[in-house]
Design a protein around this ligand. Structure first.
Ligand code: PMP
Length: 471
């Protein structure tokens, strides 16, 4: 063996130390990382992960909203191994391609709505959103509309962590003073979070009136920048990392209509919502009834077995981009665009999802997960349970009626997640929220297990807060 991830050969403490001393993690809070290091995960099967000490957890977050088909799927592993042995890599640049990339492109074109028949591959969601902006700019420029460069996004949106997509992201905490090169080019309209909208509260708006306001605000923003200057609008069908925010009914169709009227491309960021999480391969059309100009996806595309992102866009955009021009180079791409092993993993993942009708399972079990989570509303700090199907969250509050936040010192999301971890469940803390995005294979007893532990975690956190005088 050259190297083997064999428990018998590693000292858990040694791994923990090597990690803390050398692996700089994404989204690191250095003070706590230096002190606590990381929980070392080691094995996984079905819906469960096991850490290096042998403790098993129900994975309530599906890796990170991505292990849609569940762990230990031999079909995907074998497709990866077979492709790696046959040809692990060949470049996609100089007029060469590979079998899995060609097959997957045709498959995605058949699954995506409308005339979204063209696929550009990337290494993940951030690079796919980055590419979407490059495509939007190129598309407009090739039509003689070179000034259409500005990007409109939304407060609370998450679109990635390259410099460009980090700037398009609209979560207030992420918009640090260290991310300002692109200020002036990227604009953020309101979050579609009705529950937390100050304006909706102050003006006593109904959800329908709130939707009217959001649609008008987008149009006003386009007019303020000048439609001739706006390239695209980004929207997740349901916001994920911003707090699992489901927009008011009609929001997507109406914002798409505004975009169309002003020749602004509508980019649907389906990094989380695609590949079954909401019960369909793509949520744009089948859940929200829209055909956007581009769909960006990643995560569930391979169920996390390989890193892969894709920007799927319309024939109309492609035709403009590729119209005859001796200088017509689209200079965007990655060494690993259309990586054969990643594409083979995606093909096996999609085949498996179709064979087992995983989308149908989510449409059946999603309402059950929603119902069970809604039962947590009897707890005094659970202010709202929201989301759809296998993309859910619980928002914790000090006062249900006023929706007042718990004090920062309560660190409530993290506190609940820590208790759940102790009790054998992984749920992700996001400020005052706990996010639930499990593998899509979860059975009814596993849903009961998840919600049962989450309830105990919330109760334990409440007990802490009472003892500390914070509740
Ligand atoms: N868009 C959305 C909606 C996401 O949730 C994420 C990741 N959580 C990204 C983009 C970025 O994807 P990646 O981390 O693969 O770059």
């Amino acid at each position: 063996k050259v190297w083997a991830a064999d428990l018998g050969q590693v000292d858990p403490q040694d791994i923990w130390r090597k990690d803390r001393d050398h692996f700089v993690h994404p989204w690191t809070h250095f003070d706590s990382f230096k002190q606590d290091g990381s929980l070392v995960m080691d094995r996984a099967e079905g819906a469960y992960v096991t850490d290096i000490s042998g403790k098993r957890y129900l994975d309530g977050i599906g890796g990170l909203w991505c292990v849609n088909a569940g762990y230990g799927r031999k079909e995907i592993v074998e497709a990866i191994a077979a492709q790696a042995m046959r040809m692990p890599f060949y470049n996609p640049f100089v007029d060469t391609t590979n079998v899995p990339a060609a097959e997957l492109s045709a498959k995605l074109a058949s699954l995506a709505p409308g005339d979204l028949n063209k696929v550009f591959y990337t290494c993940g969601g951030s690079t796919a959103n980055d590419t979407a902006v490059r495509i939007a700019h190129y598309y407009h420029a090739r039509r003689g509309k070179k000034s259409k460069m500005h990007v409109i996004s939304r407060i609370d949106a998450y679109h990635g962590s390259t410099y460009l997509t980090g700037s398009i992201t609209g979560r207030p905490g992420d918009r640090s003073p260290y991310l300002n090169f692109l200020d002036g080019w990227i604009h953020h309209v309101s979050s579609p979070n009705f529950y937390r909208s100050e304006k909706a509260r102050q003006e006593d708006m109904s959800e329908a009136e709130f939707c009217d306001h959001l649609v008008q605000e987008l149009e006003d923003k386009i007019l303020e920048i000048g439609a001739d200057n706006v390239a695209c609008f980004f929207a997740e069908p349901i916001m994920g990392a911003g707090g699992v925010i489901v927009p008011p009914p009609g929001y997507h169709a109406r914002t798409l209509e505004v975009c169309k009227r002003h020749d602004v491309l509508y980019i649907s960021d389906e990094v989380v919502t695609a590949f079954g999480r909401l019960g369909h391969f793509f949520a744009s059309k089948d859940v929200f009834g829209i055909e956007p100009d581009m769909i960006v996806t990643a995560k569930g595309l391979t169920s996390g077995y390989q890193p892969l992102g894709a920007c799927i866009f319309s024939d109309r955009i492609y035709d403009a981009m590729s119209a005859p021009d001796p200088d017509g180079w689209f200079t965007n791409g990655y060494t690993y665009s259309g990586h054969p092993v990643a594409c083979a993993a995606a093909l096996a993942n999609i085949a498996l999802m179709e064979r087992d009708d995983i989308c149908g399972h989510v449409r059946k079990m999603g309402p059950y997960l929603e119902k069970k989570l809604n039962e947590l509303l009897d707890l005094p700090i659970v202010g709202q349970v929201r989301g759809k199907h296998f993309m859910m969250c619980v928002e914790n509050v000090a006062d249900k009626a006023t929706r007042e936040h718990l004090p920062d010192a309560a660190n409530i999301g993290k506190r609940i997640s820590d208790h759940c971890e102790r009790l054998g469940l992984i749920v992700r803390p996001l400020g005052a929220l706990n996010v639930i995005s499990p593998p899509l294979t979860l059975t009814e007893p596993q849903i009961d297990e998840l919600v049962g532990i989450l309830r105990k975690g919330i109760e334990a956190a409440m007990q802490d807060l009472r003892q500390e005088g914070l509740l």
